[in-house]
Write a protein that binds this ligand. Structure first.
Ligand SMILES: Cc1cc2nc3c(=O)[nH]c(=O)nc-3n(C[C@H](O)[C@H](O)[C@H](O)COP(=O)(O)OP(=O)(O)OC[C@H]3O[C@@H](n4cnc5c(N)ncnc54)[C@H](O)[C@@H]3O)c2cc1C
Length: 379
């Protein structure tokens, strides 16, 4: 066993950490306030070669492993949760399904622009009536004369306003009395395709969360991703990888909140002493440090298993569940350590606490993770 990062992973960590400290964290407060999408940051991430990090070099990717991806998500999220979710969704929901299930031609047409950062990656699964129960998908794709005619609505879709194309799930027919769900790649400029960015969110304000409306959108049957009827299986596999991303985001946001709380505790004086000299505060910080370390190890283990080509669904669900609940707790405690100042936006920990909440909801709620884990442990 070896808990050390490889030299390549260390190099990526060092580079992205410096980038986050200099270019991402300083504007996070303002972007949260103005809801301004971090366009410039993503241009810079493209020039740093980060946008296709875990994908093969022949598609313009970096050929790096999942642990490196987790490190980048963690560091970005430490400085700005909105930047972290944008990047995580770009890779794990946008690029990954095309890489895993796309034909060679689809990879050339759709994965290369993702790796170059010309298009952000997005994935349309959730619908107004199909959230945890994604099998409840109602969006339909009817095949006619070599085309799919797609009608339906998707909600809460990350990055779609900045994507040139995205894979979405739709009902393509019925098989043995069951809906046949397939994934189809749809160009976002297709006629009849409307993307709305109108949500008023609790947090992750600088990230792009959209509603999709598809009215008689026509795409070639060649845009089918993988095999017909495999959409359900594909998104389960896609979400397994995505959960490593959410786990990494949780570790990053928690780390950011912990660092702020530790620094503040050393600075803040009450009763003639710095509050970090009070055991009540020390124990909070000790618990925070311990839980972050545990969650990070869980995320890296799930990523490592994935990189070994081993089964990792259970570990991905466990790391997502533990890390997201840990992040909620740690950000809450970071606000507590800041006292009244923690309630003020300027001190940033309140933003981190708001951003953290999504992690218990997106890519399978905590309840759904417990259902997944229960199934995988043989209940
Ligand atoms: C900011 C943001 C970004 C998102 N990005 C994307 C994206 O890029 N692509 C995408 O497709 N989706 C995205 N989502 C959607 C997200 O994945 C869903 O919101 C999530 O899966 C939950 O679905 P729901 O909101 O319909 O809640 P529901 O499924 O209606 O759940 C409501 C509550 O009921 C519980 N519940 C449901 N079923 C059960 C059960 N069987 N047993 C016990 N409890 C249950 C849930 O755990 C939850 O507590 C995003 C959401 C947000 C808020």
């Amino acid at each position: 066993m070896n808990f050390d990062l490889t030299s390549e992973q260390q190099m990526i960590k060092h580079m992205i950490k410096q980038f986050v400290d200099e270019e991402v964290a300083p504007g996070a407060l303002e972007r949260d306030r103005t809801k301004q999408f971090p366009v410039e940051i993503f241009k810079k991430l493209s020039s740093l070669g980060m946008m296709g990090l875990p994908f093969p070099e022949k598609y313009g990717g970096g050929g790096a492993d999942t642990i490196s991806f987790a490190i980048v998500v963690e560091e970005l999220s430490r400085g700005c949760g909105s930047t972290g979710i944008t990047y995580s969704a770009h890779i794990s929901l946008g690029g990954a399904p095309i890489h895993l299930f796309g034909t060679e031609e689809q990879k050339r047409n759709y994965l290369i622009p993702i790796c170059k950062g010309e298009s952000l990656g997005a994935f349309g699964l959730t619908e107004p009536n199909a959230g945890s129960d994604a099998g409840g998908t109602r969006t339909s794709a009817k095949e006619e004369n070599g085309e799919f005619i797609i009608n339906g609505n998707k909600c809460f879709i990350t990055n779609a306003s900045y994507a040139h194309h995205l894979a979405l799930t739709a009902v393509t027919g019925e098989k043995n009395g069951q809906k046949e769900i397939s994934a189809i790649i749809v160009p976002t400029n297709a006629e009849g395709f409307t993307i709305m960015d109108n949500y008023e969110k609790m947090g992750l304000n600088a990230s792009n969360t959209t509603e999709l409306v598809l009215e008689n959108v026509k795409v070639s049957v060649d845009n089918l991703l993988g095999k017909r009827g495999e959409g359900f299986r594909q998104f389960l596999i896609t979400l397994d990888g995505g959960r490593i991303g959410i786990g990494a985001m949780a570790v990053g946001i928690a780390q950011g909140a912990y660092e702020k709380a530790l620094a503040y505790a050393k600075e803040r004086k009450q009763f003639g002493k710095s509050i970090s000299s009070f055991q009540a505060i020390q124990f909070k910080l000790a618990d925070m440090a311990m839980k972050i370390e545990l969650a990070r190890n869980m995320v890296y283990k799930a990523a490592w298993l994935k990189d070994q080509g081993r089964l990792f669904s259970k570990e991905a669900a466990m790391c997502k569940l533990y890390a997201s609940e840990m992040c909620m707790e740690v950000t809450d405690q970071a606000v507590q350590i800041h006292g009244g100042y923690g309630y003020m936006k300027e001190y940033q920990v309140e933003r981190m606490m708001r951003d953290a909440k999504l992690l218990e909801i997106g890519e399978g709620t905590s309840e759904v993770q417990r259902m997944v884990i229960s199934r995988l442990i043989g209940c």
